[in-house]
Design a protein around this ligand. Structure first.
Ligand code: NI
Ligand code: MN
Length: 206
């Protein structure tokens, strides 16, 4: 069992009933966040890259916690399950230009399910490999364009990964990434893919 809660933008909370893990917790300063940083009780935090809309409150949440460094292509078993990082075609510097490592996507095996959060990225053909190596139960894919894939490239990403369920992310938070998730969904249904446009704070259980 894996419960997925959408915290808006690219942030998700995963809960297998025992462990909670938060991905890219951009909550403070995010007008769409349904929760405050103090509401987050997750013991584990996964960050895809260092841009403010992903790193977000990550350092606050992690204060006093142990950090574990990983890199692209590497996987590791943790108490909650397994993490493996994938490439992402994007940047990862801070606003003042400091290098903060390579951006990434992440495959998370937890609660008997496998989810793939692509991070911020453009479309890339190797996404096919991700879908070949693991059966992806849920794919979190950006559709907002400008900084990441837009709707049409995201449709191709879904075809590459072939997940059981797709959840669009990284749209409508800022004026420059306006996108209609229903348009994305309608383009997918032609391919008979299951897509769920999640509301802020909404949960689904796989
Ligand atoms: Ni970014
Ligand atoms: Mn971003």
């Amino acid at each position: 069992m894996l419960k997925i809660t959408y915290l808006s933008h690219s942030s998700f909370l995963l809960d297998d009933g025992t462990h909670q893990l938060v991905i890219d917790p951009f909550l403070t300063g995010n007008p769409n966040s349904p929760v405050k940083v103090s509401d987050i009780k997750a013991k584990f935090t996964v960050l895809t890259h260092a841009h403010g809309d992903h790193l977000g409150d990550g350092l606050t949440i992690e204060k006093g916690c142990k950090a574990h460094n990983m890199h692209i292509g590497g996987g590791r078993n943790f108490e909650f399950g397994r993490l493996k990082f994938t490439i992402a075609h994007h940047g990862s510097a801070t606003q003042d230009g400091r290098y903060m490592g390579a951006p990434a996507g992440v495959i998370i095996k937890m609660g008997g399910k496998t989810v793939y959060h692509t991070g911020d990225t453009g479309l890339f053909l190797d996404m096919k490999l991700v879908g070949e190596i693991d059966k992806i139960d849920a794919l979190f894919v950006p559709i907002g364009d400008n900084f990441t894939m837009g709707i049409d490239d995201a449709v191709r990403a879904v075809e590459f990964v072939n997940p059981e369920l797709t959840v669009p992310m990284h749209y409508n938070t800022f004026p420059v990434i306006q996108a209609d998730p229903e348009v994305f969904k309608s383009k997918l249904s032609a391919n008979e893919k299951d897509c769920r446009v999640m509301k802020y704070g909404e949960s689904i259980t796989l």
